[in-house]
Design a protein around this ligand. Structure first.
Ligand code: SAH
Length: 550
């Protein structure tokens, strides 16, 4: 006899665009489709099954049993769930029925769980990007789960600052649960925490409400709503709810927030709250969220403990006649890391003791100061006032520059100012170009004489002042085994023409380069920048293989 098969199909939120191909194939291959009536109606048009069995809401067990029976008789059966069948869906139930009968994969009927887009994902996408960070789903239905368990999970999720998607938030009969959930969460989260209510995502009657934790109950919430509650750093932006990827945002000069590059994210100083790789301990000052959980966890009777905390806070407020804040509440705003470069000047290479003191003050205990190969110190410091730092440093004549993929202008020291002719040009070049945002960082080197001792010919763009005019070099590859100097492309450029020419080169690169494409790679690929043709500057030397030791 032919062995049957059960597909447990999650068909996504309910529209034709968000169902997977595998789900459609499974439905079309099936002789029987079994599901809750409303769901069957949503996918009916996609299938040709000879039998469609729609059942009532509460008949899940009989639905699963029916499916197993039909498959055992050799039928191909799809049991359907909205969203994902493994998320408060039919997948677990089908397995439970099978297990009761001693089913094994080897000998029993075939079972395939077809994944689908769950409400947390579909509703999240409609709201913007509220999920993004650690999140959990909690069903408020106490139909199969005791309320005391659900309550504990809400408490734990609230305490641990998870983004939370509440499924089954409310029905005609169950109206208290969402009120209780709100009360619990308000102990840990600000009343202004962004909340999204999405009803019937990607279905005909889709309805979206942006609200807050304190006001969410003033809106319609029903059986078809998913409630998404942000964490302590979730924010509203342009009618969207956004949860940032991490807890601290980064500032950088000139571009507002800087996206972290993968290798930077791994640096300890970029994530000062991370576990120390050697000691395995969280660093002081960044364990706020952890301590909230830690302080609560060892106590056995959590349910009773927190109301008494509320009472204590109320009592304190009455005595002191001021509102005493809940110390377990995760604060809404957190410091960000401000990252920038600093040097004593374009030409000047000397730092005064006073400048060093100011810099040390800015860096403080929590920041870092890094000496880098590009003639600048890179500072990373947690703060929520980057502008104040810039003002302070500039007041002490320090040059503050952005980091990341920008133009970086450096100049020689002009023999400590003795060869001063080109200094104003160097300063103008820095003032015009430094910090321009590009597909990849680009170094411009300026030298005051033909010695070119600060090695501008090993920069992406090298500028050398000679006989009151400028020589221009472009496209050095300063790193790697195939490193080579830049190509001399023009000599005797009039001072007035220099900046417009270099600007045009940079503009062309900016317009046409691929993301992350370095200047020399771009030049090599396109073979021509402005009217300058590319010449291969790498010398091809035959390298003798190292002799073997044995
Ligand atoms: N298996 C489903 C969840 C079933 S529980 C899934 O993975 O999405 C039913 C709950 O799911 C509803 O009460 C609602 O909270 C949520 N839900 C399911 N489909 C939804 C949709 N299209 N829009 C909003 N919420 C939805």
């Amino acid at each position: 006899m032919k062995k049957g098969k059960i597909y447990v199909v999650g068909f996504g939120p309910g529209d034709g665009d968000h169902i997977t191909k595998r789900a459609i194939d499974a439905l079309q291959e099936s002789e029987y489709i079994i599901g809750y009536k409303t769901y069957v109606d949503l996918i009916k048009h996609l299938v040709t099954a000879k039998s469609i069995v729609s059942t009532g809401m509460t008949e899940e067990v009989s639905r699963a049993q029916d499916a197993v029976k039909k498959a055992e008789a050799g039928g191909i059966v799809s049991v359907i769930s909205s969203g994902d069948s493994g998320v408060y869906g039919m997948a677990g139930l089908v397995y439970e029925v099978l297990i009761e009968q001693g089913w094994t994969e080897k000998e029993g009927i075939a079972v395939e769980i077809v994944p689908g887009i769950s409400a947390i994902n579909s509703c999240g996408s409609i709201l913007g990007a509220p999920i993004m960070h650690d999140a959990c789903t909690i069903s408020l239905s106490d139909h199969l789960t005791p309320w005391t368990v659900i309550e504990k999970r809400i408490e734990a999720a609230g305490m641990a600052d998870f983004v939370i998607a509440l499924y089954n938030p409310k029905s005609g009969r169950r109206t208290r649960q969402i009120v209780e959930a709100q009360n619990i969460l308000l102990k840990y989260r600000s009343p202004d925490t962004p909340v999204g209510l999405v009803k019937s995502a990607y279905r005909e009657n889709q309805n979206v409400v942006l609200t807050t934790l304190s006001e969410m109950l003033e809106h319609d919430i029903g059986m078809l709503t998913t409630v998404i509650i942000g964490n302590s750093s979730t924010f509203f932006y342009d009618n969207k709810i956004i949860t940032p990827r991490g807890y601290q945002r980064k500032y950088t000069l000139g571009e507002g927030k800087q996206s972290l590059k993968p290798h930077q994210r791994l640096k300890k100083e970029a994530e000062p709250w991370a576990l120390d790789q050697e000691t395995g301990e969280a660093k002081a000052g960044y364990e706020q969220i952890e301590s909230i959980a830690a302080r609560q966890e060892p106590e056995p009777k959590k349910e009773q403990q927190v109301p008494s905390l509320d009472m204590a806070l109320q009592a304190l407020s009455m005595v002191t006649e001021e509102k005493v804040e809940n110390p377990f509440l995760v604060q809404q705003s957190m410091e960000s890391i401000f990252e920038f470069a600093v040097s004593p000047g374009v030409v000047n290479k000397m730092m005064t003791a006073e400048q060093m003191r100011v810099l040390a003050d800015v860096v403080g205990e929590k920041g870092t100061l890094e000496y880098t190969p590009s003639h600048r110190l890179v500072v990373k410091v947690p703060t929520d006032q980057p502008e104040a730092i810039v003002a302070k440093l500039e007041q002490h004549h320090l040059r503050v520059m952005p980091v990341g993929d920008v133009v970086k202008v450096k100049a020689c020291d002009f023999c400590y100012g003795e060869k001063a002719d080109a200094i104003p040009y160097a300063e103008e070049i820095a003032a015009t170009l430094d910090g321009l945002k590009l597909p990849k960082q680009l170094h411009v080197g300026v030298n005051g004489c033909g010695m070119a001792c600060y090695r501008p010919v090993f920069d992406d763009i090298g500028i050398v002042y000679r006989k009151k005019k400028f020589d221009l070099f472009i496209g050095a590859k300063p790193v790697g085994r195939t490193a080579h100097a830049a190509q001399p492309v023009a000599e005797g450029i009039e001072p007035d023409d220099l900046i417009p020419l270099v600007t045009k080169i940079i503009e062309e690169y900016k317009q046409n380069a691929h993301p992350n494409e370095r200047f020399f790679k771009y030049f090599k690929r396109v073979k021509k920048i402005l009217h300058f043709n590319y010449h291969d500057m790498s010398s091809k030397i035959e390298v003798e293989p190292a002799p073997c030791g044995d």
